[in-house]
Write a protein that binds this ligand. Structure first.
Ligand code: NAD
Length: 363
């Protein structure tokens, strides 16, 4: 099969880490008989420098014409880069928000997986870690409190601020379906997180999730209140498979879940719409402090490419192969600087390109 991939290298370490992910994709293509075609798309600071805009209409059209987009990261040092002297809608991050909106990317997926070899970075006790954990946070990305009407007005001599939280049946149904679809590709369990004891939007959320669940008899599902979920994530993270939740709860819980894995350079993410299209990117930023030094960890971007194969192209065996190769490299004792153990004597430190090569060798 032939797949057309839009590639946004972006700024900072973006070009370095994306180059390694493309190298891994090409190796997968050769091994499994696929053709990956790449279209380079400018976004972020590099687009501002070239065109004056963080994302042009041509760039959006190129992204829309792709089967999926693989991205590095965008942005620079927010204190020193001239990009941050521009008005807010001309800064690098405005490009990413515009792209998400233009492509209607309403479902954000963030895995939190604990690698046995990186257990030391996990802040939880050994008895809590147990057999480890492997969960996927499915967060609604374009509705809820962050997109509702807001105002700050003076009333009776004092300022009063309001934010509104709105969800429609359609918005809930489409994200819930995504959550159950993903669970079908995993351990077939969904924990739907809400605050149904207080919020109307959560009570509607629960009702619609139950309706959707009826179409997935193989998936076990449960409802959990968000405050309990925040607690359970540090008490017994192994209980979760897919956590399905609305925008603000997902924002907070996904950061909590990624923290318990302890290593940002390892965490991939995907943003999906209601087609097979997705935008795949590492959870971290452009790391301007280490850009150009050849030391950035490319694994989160390589794992994002694996997510692209799994969720946009349905190439599960190919995605499994990448994930297994990453595990093997860690097992063989290779680490980039961000995942070096405190006592580094038992492992070998490698740079960005070498890490990419080692993963390709193990495919
Ligand atoms: P950051 O994630 O870029 O860096 C935080 C720390 O983690 C730094 O010390 C960095 O060196 C390290 N780090 C991050 N990724 C790494 C990797 N792959 N390998 C090794 N170390 C890594 O966060 P920040 O410093 O707050 O932000 C820098 C820029 O990135 C800002 O302009 C910010 O707006 C942007 N940003 C972009 C995205 C995105 O493109 N989606 C996301 C977050 C931040």
């Amino acid at each position: 099969m032939t797949y057309n991939i839009g590639v946004i290298k972006g700024d900072g370490i973006g070009p370095e880490i994306v180059t390694e992910a493309v190298k891994v994709l090409d190796a997968i293509g050769a091994k499994f008989g696929h053709q990956f075609n790449y279209t380079q798309i400018l976004m972020g600071g590099c687009s501002i420098d070239a065109t004056g805009e963080p994302l042009t209409d041509e760039a959006i059209a190129a992204a829309k014409a792709s089967d999926a987009v693989l991205m590095g990261s965008i942005g620079g040092n927010t204190s020193t880069s001239p990009w941050y002297k521009l008005p807010a809608d001309k800064r690098p991050e405005a490009g990413l928000l515009k792209l998400r909106k233009s492509l209607n990317l309403f479902a954000n997926l963030r895995p939190a997986y604990l690698y046995e070899e990186l257990k030391e970075a996990c802040p939880l006790r050994d008895d809590i870690i147990g057999e480890g954990f492997d969960m996927m946070i499915m967060r609604e990305l374009t509705g809820g409190l962050y997109f509702g009407e807001r105002s700050t007005k003076e009333e009776n001599g004092q300022l009063v601020a309001r934010d509104s939280l709105t969800y429609s049946e359609t918005e809930i149904r489409r994200i819930a379906k995504r959550g159950f679809d993903i669970a079908m590709k995993r351990r077939k369990k969904v924990t739907s997180v809400d605050k149904a004891n207080v919020l109307d939007s959560s009570r509607l959320w629960r009702k619609i999730v139950e309706e959707v669940a009826a179409d997935y008899p193989e998936v076990t599902y449960e409802h959990m209140l968000v405050d309990n979920c925040a607690m359970q994530l540090v008490k017994d993270p192994g209980q979760f498979d897919v956590i399905l939740t609305e925008n603000m709860f997902g924002d907070i819980l996904s950061d909590e879940a990624s923290m318990v894995t302890g290593s940002i350079g390892m965490l991939s993410s995907a943003s999906l719409n209601d087609t097979k299209f997705g935008l795949y990117e590492p959870s971290g930023g452009s790391a301007p402090d280490i850009a150009g030094k050849g030391i950035a960890n490319p694994i989160a971007t390589i794992l994002s490419a694996a997510m692209m194969l799994r969720y946009s192209f349905d190439l599960d065996a190919e995605a499994d192969a990448i994930e297994a190769a990453v595990k093997q490299v860690l097992k063989d004792g290779y680490r980039t600087i961000d995942i070096m153990p405190r006592d580094g004597s038992s492992v070998t430190r490698v740079g960005t390109v070498e890490m990419g090569d080692l993963i390709v060798e193990r495919l």
